[in-house]
Ligand binder design. Structure first.
Ligand SMILES: C[S@@+](CC[C@H](N)C(=O)[O-])C[C@H]1O[C@@H](n2cnc3c(N)ncnc32)[C@H](O)[C@@H]1O
Length: 427
């Protein structure tokens, strides 16, 4: 885990799994911050600009001006220039193997086609697509990691097929439409980082009608959790330190440990109920304005008696073809209100009982761990809940006005007749 450039981060990770540098950090990010050496849309290999040509598509001609590339964005891209972040992602075998499997599963669609890799990083997904028989791959990245990607492409004799473009997907220009968009855009709590907006931009600029988007859809879940070990380790610990009563430290310890979301690994045993679907994203249809703010109401019934310490969040993504998009199977949680606390969406499908079901990359507590782990929002004080006790409330996730890559979290919860509000920022 790495901190977004130049900003204090403030959330905490599973300390057993991360280096000391990582413990300071924020998202999948590193510190830094300087301007790119190249103008937007620079083709790394031959220094040519490619021109966007969409004469045959009126909708696509009406593109709005791209959002400005802010200093926050520059810092964000700079954070991706470090090798460590790519090493961590590539070594996450659950992530990388699932992407490769998804590409191979759609090989018959990809063969002979034009692909765009939105945020290519080191170029690994572009190379998988070339190996799957893509005719041409546009590998786009605004980070200086694009320079490395270009070297990797050349070293693998793929320069004829993979065109590395060093620039924002919002700014680069290519002179054809694409059949496939692939991207690994998911941040913590799915939406942190706000990279999905760039996939939408690429889709609206270049994807052919009937084209393929990988992943095709994503679902963010939440569930109440109990985690006595974590609470005791960070908070109760202060009650007796080498025989000294340090309870005076309790308030500060709670503030420091739980003010902001924590990225940690929990297990299925920590989870008190079936999860609630916070947001379903269909990558074929989602629009920018849906991402500015996501709200849901939830209602859980605890399956056991336990101290309730907070909520866990995780996501999964599926790799469906364009005709198999499950849009119609999903009703946005906003519309269903508190009632969609069920395990129909996503939960059953991800077990993939037969190969006709979508391939799923899951970051759920009961599934093999990934570098995303789970995101936890802890309460300052636990709530003792009985079996069948109701835990209900609402959640709003919104892009920070200050920096749209940060996420404001407004959580309301009540149980046992008492109500609480917790505001936090993921930065
Ligand atoms: C999570 S990494 C994935 C890297 C690579 N695809 C992989 O799977 O290993 C996301 C990459 O997208 C790039 N990126 C994010 N937003 C972008 C944008 N709007 N335009 C171009 N690149 C972007 C980042 O610089 C980063 O290298």
């Amino acid at each position: 885990m790495y901190g977004i450039t130049g900003y204090s981060n403030g959330y905490h990770q599973n300390q057993q799994q991360h280096s000391s540098e990582e413990k300071r950090g924020g998202g999948r990010r590193r510190r830094g911050g300087r301007r790119s050496r190249h103008p937007p849309g620079f083709r790394v290999s031959d220094h040519h600009h490619h021109h966007y040509n969409n004469d045959d598509d009126d909708d696509k001609q009406e593109q709005k001006a791209p959002p400005p590339c802010t200093d926050f964005d520059m810092a964000y891209f700079h954070s991706y220039a470090h090798v460590g972040i790519h090493e961590e992602m590539i070594k996450d075998r659950v992530r990388t193997d699932t992407y490769r499997a998804a590409i191979m599963e759609h090989q018959s669609f990809i063969e002979g086609k034009v692909v765009m890799d939105v945020g290519c990083g080191t170029g690994i997904l572009s190379i998988f697509c070339a190996q799957a028989g893509a005719k041409r791959v546009y590998a786009v990245d605004a980070s200086d990691i694009a320079l490395q990607a270009n070297e990797v492409v050349k070293a693998n004799n793929l320069a004829e097929k993979i065109i590395v473009l060093h620039g924002r997907v919002e700014d680069v220009e290519i002179d054809e439409e694409v059949d496939v968009i692939i991207s690994e855009w998911m941040g913590y709590m799915l939406l942190y980082e706000s990279m999905l907006g760039s996939v939408i931009t690429a889709r609206d600029r270049w994807l052919k009608h009937g084209g393929l988007i990988l992943p095709s859809n994503a679902t963010l879940y939440m569930a109440p959790i109990t985690h006595p070990d974590r609470y005791n380790d960070s908070i109760e610990f202060w009650r007796n330190v080498y025989g000294i009563d340090m309870s005076a430290m309790l308030q500060l310890a709670k503030q420091c440990a739980f003010e902001e979301p924590c990225v940690e690994t929990i297990t299925g045993e920590n989870v008190l109920t079936w999860p609630h679907v916070v947001k379903h994203v269909d990558c074929y249809t989602i629009q920018h304005d849906e991402l500015e703010s996501v709200s849901t109401r939830y209602k859980f019934q605890s399956m056991m008696r336990a101290p309730l310490h907070g909520f866990a969040f995780w996501f999964d993504v599926e790799f469906n073809g364009p005709t198999n998009s499950p849009t119609n199977n999903h009703i946005p949680s906003l519309l269903t209100g508190a009632s969609n606390n069920n395990h129909i969406d996503g939960i059953q499908k991800k077990k993939r009982a037969n190969p006709n079901e979508a391939l799923v990359l899951s970051t759920a507590p009961e599934d093999p761990p990934t570098h995303w782990q789970q995101t936890l929002i802890y309460f300052y004080d636990p709530i003792e809940v009985e079996q069948d006790q109701i835990i209900e409330g609402s959640l709003t996730l919104s892009q920070s006005k200050e920096n749209r890559r940060f996420m404001n979290i407004h959580l309301e919860y009540s149980s046992g007749g008492r109500s609480y509000v917790k505001e936090s920022v993921m930065r």
